[in-house]
Design a protein around this ligand. Structure first.
Ligand code: HXC
Length: 512
């Protein structure tokens, strides 16, 4: 027995070496952690229970018979974060470039199924050269199983991808099927790399410009968080999980500590009464949520729409807010997509939503129309209308036209609507409205400028105040900004047990 145990220890230690110290040092020299260091840094101390340590590939050709591939290049297992169970996979670049062979992918898919069976989040740390070329179509088949598993888990348990190294070709589709992607500034992700692009289209671009974290945040919207390095990415992952339930049947963790609902007079000073003056809506969010703690999602993408997680009286909420500081808060294609996806995540995981509105409308323009603002804007309407979690609309200032309806209006979604005294709810801005309704009258007026100003004021008095909307019961109450936290806390409390039954069907057809 002693000999067998000694052999076991030796084998374990050797296998855990992965691709060996030289390759690990190369990885560290690039400012990256190894696959196992990432696991250790992510999870609670000594909580990691590995499975598949001794898994081996089955390929015999292309020199693979003798090629050591410890754990087949991926570390998988169960662990805890803040005492809560997760399952994970961490690709080991030191083993055949973290390439995904058949067994490698089956290990990942197996970890995912354990997530599903146990109702625990799945975290996939990517660092891989993609499909293992030596294994040919077996590696493609393995990827297929991973993708399919991603879809099985979708909406049942949260799935988070970390991109800490290369993630090229089809490998990018597993992260793309997950709920959140955290990419480090040392990693690149693309379907076809710079060389292929050069050959096919003649375009010159660096790997960083093409698939770096900042490019994906700003342009493609593929990533949700940008991290400087592995350490920050792992920290963001832990923080994100702290806001999320472990699965769609459990509540998010309750984090007590901020029971104060006293008036916050600062809130009375943030929103300028003049509707043309911008401000940062994140100041409003910070003034309302527990300890001002807001985890913004996709901060660098479509910044005219702010989304993220926070808590009120210890319970997680999703926040969706127009950002008047960027494009006056108008909704463009990217903003509509960003918000719609987030709304669907919140709904899938039973997180109540608070929508803060200050929006002049959908952004006009040929580019917007050609890129599908009709289809993308409809996603927002669809996502809210299909959501059944508690939803609160808080109208801070402008709330015009189709964008008013789309931003969680009473008619499509909101269980409860609050408006600040600065709110203007109207079919469109007074300036635009008079051009349509009173154009002839203004042309005929002696003093055209004065008449125009008069008509604008008349229109504004008629519609651009919260009292008209409250009179029509589109607003439940007009509140002093300072009291917002108290009202939100109460509304969330009485909506806690909301039930909203929908007709049975296979699924609705969100305009993708
Ligand atoms: C097998 C691979 C590999 C792969 C890397 N390696 N990628 N082995 N299959 N896909 C091996 C290398 O041969 C090398 O082994 C070791 O990993 C480290 O790679 P290096 O090239 O030395 O590292 P680096 O210079 O850092 O470059 C990393 C890289 C590059 C940019 C990722 O390796 C690369 O371009 N790899 C191929 C990427 C790619 O085209 N993948 C697409 C595969 S097809 P040795 O023993 O020499 O150290 C695909 C389709 C999937 O993914 C479709 C699913 C639906």
């Amino acid at each position: 027995m002693d000999d067998l145990i000694a052999e076991l220890h030796t084998r374990r230690a050797e296998t855990k070496q992965g691709g060996g110290e030289t390759r690990h040092e190369k990885q560290r020299a690039q400012g990256k952690m190894t696959a196992r260091e990432r696991v250790d840094n992510l999870c609670d101390k000594d909580s990691f229970e590995e499975f598949g340590l001794f898994a081996r590939h089955r390929q015999t050709k292309f020199g693979m018979l003798t090629k050591a591939a410890p754990s087949d290049g991926v570390v998988t297992g169960a662990a805890s974060i803040d005492g809560r169970l997760i399952h994970l996979a961490s690709q080991d670049f030191s083993v055949l470039g973290g390439s995904a062979g058949e067994v490698h992918s089956l290990k990942v898919a197996d970890a995912m199924h354990r997530s599903l069976k146990t109702g625990s989040p799945f975290v996939f740390i990517n660092d891989s050269g993609g499909a293992r070329v030596q294994e040919g179509i077996d590696s493609l088949s393995g990827y297929g199983q991973v993708f399919h598993s991603n879809v099985l888990l979708s909406g049942a348990v949260p799935q988070i991808s970390l991109i800490c190294g290369p993630c090229a070709g089809g490998a990018a589709y597993s992260p793309a099927l997950t709920d959140f992607i955290i990419q480090t500034r040392k990693a690149q992700m693309f379907i076809t790399g710079p060389q292929v692009i050069k050959q096919v289209t003649g375009e010159d671009i660096t790997a960083e410009e093409l698939g770096g974290a900042d490019s994906h945040m700003a342009h493609s919207g593929v990533v949700h968080f940008v991290a400087e390095d592995d350490e920050e990415a792992l920290h963001i992952c832990r923080r994100l999980l702290s806001f999320l339930p472990s699965n769609n049947l459990e509540a998010a963790p309750f984090v007590p500590g901020d029971e104060n609902v006293d008036p916050n007079p600062e809130l009375n000073k943030i929103v300028p009464v003049d509707p043309k003056v911008g401000y940062d809506v994140r100041q409003v969010i910070a003034g309302v949520v527990d300890r001002g703690d807001f985890l913004e999602v996709q901060a660098g993408h479509a910044p005219n729409m702010v989304i993220g997680f926070a808590r009120i009286l210890g319970n997680t909420i999703g926040i969706i807010a127009n950002q008047p500081a960027v494009l006056a808060g108008a909704i463009n294609n990217q903003a509509a997509n960003k918000a719609a996806r987030f709304i669907r995540f919140c709904n899938a995981f039973n997180l109540p939503m608070v929508t803060m509105v200050d929006v002049p409308g959908y952004l006009p323009g040929v580019e917007q129309e050609y890129n599908g603002i009709i289809r993308n804007g409809a996603k927002l309407l669809f996502a809210y209308s299909a959501a059944t979690v508690p939803m609160i609309q808080l109208i801070l200032r402008k709330s015009y036209g189709g964008a008013h309806v789309a931003m969680c209006s009473r008619d499509i979604a909101a269980d409860c609507v609050f408006a600040w005294p600065t709110a203007e709810i109207a079919v469109m801005g007074a300036e635009g409205a008079v051009e349509i309704v009173f154009r002839k009258e203004m042309q005929e007026a002696e003093d055209k400028v004065a008449r125009r100003a008069e008509l604008i004021q008349e229109y504004r008095d008629a519609f651009a105040s919260p009292y008209v909307a409250a009179g029509r019961r589109l607003v439940d109450d007009i509140i002093e900004p300072a009291d917002t936290r108290k009202h939100l806390a109460r509304a969330l409390e009485y909506l806690k047990n909301k039930r909203d039954q929908r007709p049975p069907k296979k699924h609705g057809l969100i305009p993708l």
